[in-house]
Design a protein around this ligand. Structure first.
Ligand code: IGP
Length: 395
């Protein structure tokens, strides 16, 4: 337990269960790295995957050993094991889980809190991701991938990117992805009497091309029930499931609840994850919005084949600072050229309140905007949209 500082004197240090896991993990990692990378015996590695990790993915990998898709799946499994190393190589600062175990330990009625550099999140995004990791691990136990897959594959989807393009052609203004957002960690509760279906219907009527529905409970007071309810209420706008995705399982889950698109955050996901998850989305007929915040993330995403939709977040998810010039900076010069060549649609995200804001990001090159706070806060979110654009954009 070297390097562990115990905050209060009454608190006791002990080796947590996760400490044991790490040791097991270490042994597994060692044996895998001895096999080299990439070209070694695939099935041997699959068997090892199954032996070392009783997860669903390993079972799926085993059942599809002869499928070319398996290569990617094994990669995904590897990403799980080598996550930190791969993430570091891609310049990712967000760690997927606390390196020294969760910060809280419950033993019977007692809570032990060990705090040290390793188990305290460095910023809000990291805190969200650590929480998501626990949440998804629990959800996956209740709904294994193979049962979920059937539900996801039986859903029919709407064309998210097509709707954005059609709206841009219709209005000559950036297509609106209107966000159904009750609260956020940076702004607190945005709307007290929050009726997600009513808001979604008002957005659609007022000219939104697509909707974004927050599904994270703890930090955004969203839910998958909201997503499902909006879909079932007959709203025709394609739906983006606004979730912190760290595991392919979540994509199938989102689809089974009615999503037409999902968000992948480049600050969180290594290239390998982005490639693999985009591939799954294509198989399921979902669009992928890949979110970047800085030049490095933009360059990583531009180097990945098959990306059709990139979001530039004006809000830094580590500090909450909003800076609209971010969109402009990331679209200047060579990057803008590549985006045009590849025919990628860029979505300006966050912190837009006025027609001037819209004009500013449109001049920078975006063809769509993702807006939550400024419209959801209005008594009539439909009127909020007209206010945001300075004109009625309803169809
Ligand atoms: O409410 P705003 O400032 O208009 O922002 C909307 C949207 O861009 C924001 O909610 C968002 C962008 N990327 C995210 C990733 C996770 C959670 C939320 C977000």
């Amino acid at each position: 337990m070297e390097g562990t500082s115990i905050k209060a004197s009454a608190k006791i240090s002990f080796l947590s269960t996760s400490g044991c896991n790490f040791r097991t993990n270490f042994i597994v990692r060692k044996s895998i790295s001895m096999e080299g990378n990439g070209k070694n015996n695939l099935s041997l590695r699959c068997i090892r995957a199954q032996q070392s990790d009783s997860s669903d993915e390993a079972a799926v990998i085993m059942s599809e050993v002869n499928d070319p898709e398996v290569v990617l799946k094994v990669k995904e499994w590897e990403v799980g094991k080598f996550q930190d190393e791969i993430a570091e190589r891609d310049g990712i600062r967000i760690r997927r889980r606390p390196p020294t175990g969760p910060p809280q330990h419950y033993v019977g009625p007692f809570e032990f809190r060990l705090q040290n550099e390793g188990n305290t999140p460095r910023n809000i995004l990291e805190e969200i991701i650590w929480h998501k990791h626990v949440e998804v691990t629990q959800l996956k136990e209740r709904r294994p991938l193979h049962t979920l897959k059937k539900a996801a594959e039986s859903m029919s989807g709407r064309d998210f990117i097509g709707a954005l393009k059609a709206s841009y052609l219709r209005t000559g203004l950036p297509a609106l992805i209107a966000e159904v957002k009750k609260a956020s960690p940076s702004r607190g509760v945005l709307k007290e009497n929050f009726d997600p279906v009513q808001i979604a219907q008002a957005y659609e009527k007022a000219g939104a091309a697509c909707l974004s529905v927050l599904t994270d409970k703890k930090y955004f007071q969203g839910s998958f029930e909201n997503l499902e309810a909006i879909r079932k209420a007959g709203v025709k706008c394609p739906l983006l499931c606004k979730e912190f995705i760290i595991d392919a399982w979540q994509i199938y889950y989102a689809r089974s609840k009615g999503a037409d698109a999902i968000l992948l955050i480049a600050a969180v996901l290594p290239d390998l994850d982005i490639k693999y998850m985009t591939k799954i989305c294509k198989l399921l007929g979902l669009a992928t919005l890949v979110e970047v915040h800085d030049e490095r993330e933009m360059d990583r995403v531009l180097a990945i084949d098959g990306i059709e939709l990139i979001g530039i977040n004006n809000r830094n998810l580590e500090t909450f600072k909003v800076d609209m010039s971010n969109t402009k900076r990331l679209l200047e010069g060579k990057r803008g050229e590549i985006i045009r060549q590849k025919d990628i649609i860029v979505v300006g995200e966050s912190g837009m309140f006025t027609p001037d804001d819209i004009a500013y990001v449109q001049a920078a090159g975006v063809k769509a905007v993702l807006v939550g706070e400024s419209i959801v806060k209005q008594d009539d979110p439909g009127k909020g949209i007209a206010g945001l654009f300075g004109q009625d954009i309803s169809p």
